[in-house]
Design a protein around this ligand. Structure first.
Ligand SMILES: NC(=O)c1ccc[n+]([C@@H]2O[C@H](COP(=O)([O-])OP(=O)(O)OC[C@H]3O[C@@H](n4cnc5c(N)ncnc54)[C@H](O)[C@@H]3O)[C@@H](O)[C@H]2O)c1
Length: 428
């Protein structure tokens, strides 16, 4: 079906006459990602709350649910953090089944009143601090938003008899997976190795405890790296693309051998939709892709996409200090989800081209000044470490806390000088 017929078909499901105009203005590339309805639609779902709906994945999910399912009312709560943008939701403004609330999921009063007033029966929980690099600096922020925020939401969901609580988590909770080890399945042990993944694992433990203790109908998803348009350019793919658009560099953490698997965001939200309909309560679903690439090779592929001659690659690649800990790779087995009928539809070549095209057109106008995101590491992520060099060797000069040989010598000389001068003045 061509995109024009598709948009007419979407509009025809709504009785509101304004919908046709709203849908007709949605860019083709966005409509392409909306996909198809999953039938039959769950009869006991009516009012869905999406937390973090102004973020990257949340906004894709919200657009899909709003446009495909006129029978659902979609309510978004998002605190509009630095990585969020209302531009992500602009194209569905005015849709009769969509509303946005600016707010923090850590506010129990706010969450409780939303569940009550909007008669929420289903929650997709995506709100989180998500940038691993930031978690090495602002790790308490991560505990507050990801763990406490989830706990507040669970308490409210329990009190309100929610029918489905879909918790969106990450494959990073399994920790690093060596090439020689088998892929992680849903029962594998959780072994997070950075503060971000640790908070995501902690949040999962709370979610599972509410299922076991109180029978809260939960489902957990764990997906690998997601890429696509509308992602704040702090994560590797979007960051490299935005840097290259500005003729800047790709900063490679460490030696660039760490690898990741990438899944297009449209495929992820297809899985989230399917899981709402066909996922089993109390189950966990891995959502993965087979496209794996090292960080260095990713940069090189992007350079090719920007038609930069191989001889000039060196000018665009800069190796910088690695993260305090950087998982070598992740690998998940998603057979369980594929048995429900899901598989990725968007191949890497198509997905990355579409992503680059989107950033070329939008990256400067979407979030305002993004230069702070394009640095080797976020400014606040290593605030306890010096800006460069081996941080273990850099020690504060502190007369009370002498900590290396240079300091010891400097301190001894200082004490001797004081002693000699002290004796001289005392004699005078
Ligand atoms: N992006 C990925 O590659 C990836 C992979 C696996 C899992 N996930 C998970 O998917 C979810 C969404 O990720 P994303 O990439 O869209 O993240 P994002 O950073 O783009 O968006 C997160 C959103 O949550 C909002 N938010 C954060 N804390 C909040 C709070 N306390 N109250 C209200 N809103 C709050 C932010 O404003 C933002 O809009 C996260 O839970 C993340 O852990 C992401």
């Amino acid at each position: 079906m061509d995109i024009y017929t598709y948009s007419i078909e979407l509009s025809s499901r709504f009785s509101d006459p304004n919908v046709h105009e709203i849908i007709s203005k949605i860019p083709e590339s966005n409509l392409e990602d909306i996909g198809v309805r999953i039938e039959p639609v769950c009869p006991n779902i009516k009012n869905i709350l999406v937390t973090g709906g102004a973020g990257f994945i949340g906004s894709f999910l919200v657009r899909k649910l709003v446009l495909l399912y006129p029978e659902f009312n979609i309510v978004v709560i998002d605190k509009l953090d630095y990585c969020a943008s209302l531009n992500n939701l602009l194209m569905i403004n005015g849709m009769p089944n969509y509303s946005f609330i600016k707010g923090d999921i850590m506010s129990s009063d706010l969450v409780t009143s939303i569940l009550k007033e909007k008669e929420i029966d289903t929650i997709y929980h995506l709100a989180a601090q998500t940038h691993v690099d930031n978690s090495f600096g602002d790790s308490l922020e991560f505990t507050q938003n990801n763990v406490l925020g989830t706990h507040v939401l669970l308490e409210a969901a329990k009190a309100h008899n929610i029918k489905r609580f879909i918790h969106v988590s990450t494959d990073e909770v399994y920790g690093e997976v060596a090439k020689t080890s088998p892929d992680c399945h849903e029962e594998s042990i959780l072994a997070p190795s950075n503060p971000y993944s640790a908070t995501k694992a902690a949040a999962e433990c709370l979610v599972i405890s509410y299922y076991k203790s109180f029978g809260l109908p939960i489902i957990i998803t764990r997906s690998n790296n997601i890429y696509g348009p509308c992602q704040y350019p702090e994560k590797i793919c979007s960051k490299f693309i935005c840097s290259l658009i500005r003729d800047g560099k790709c900063y490679i953490h460490g030696d660039g051998s760490n690898s990741r698997k990438y899944l297009y965001v449209g495929d992820l939200v297809d899985a989230l939709d399917l899981i709402l309909n066909s996922g089993q309560i109390g189950e966990i679903y891995n959502i993965g892709s087979n496209f794996e690439i090292s960080n260095l090779d990713l940069a090189k592929i992007l350079l090719e996409q920007f038609n930069i001659d191989e001889k000039k690659h060196i000018r665009y690649l800069e190796f910088v200090k690695d993260r305090p800990f950087n998982d070598l790779r992740y690998a998940i087995d998603d057979t369980k989800l594929r048995e429900l009928g899901w598989k990725p539809k968007i191949g890497w070549d198509y997905g990355i081209k579409k992503t680059i095209d989107w950033y070329k057109e939008n990256c400067d106008k979407w979030w305002g000044d993004i230069s702070g995101a394009l640095v080797p590491h976020p400014y606040n992520s290593y605030k306890t470490l010096p800006p460069s060099g081996d941080y273990k060797k850099k020690i504060n000069i502190n007369f009370c806390g002498i900590v290396n040989y240079t300091n010891i010598i400097v301190n001894i000389i200082f004490v001797l000088v004081c002693f000699v001068f002290g004796k001289y003045f005392y004699r005078e």
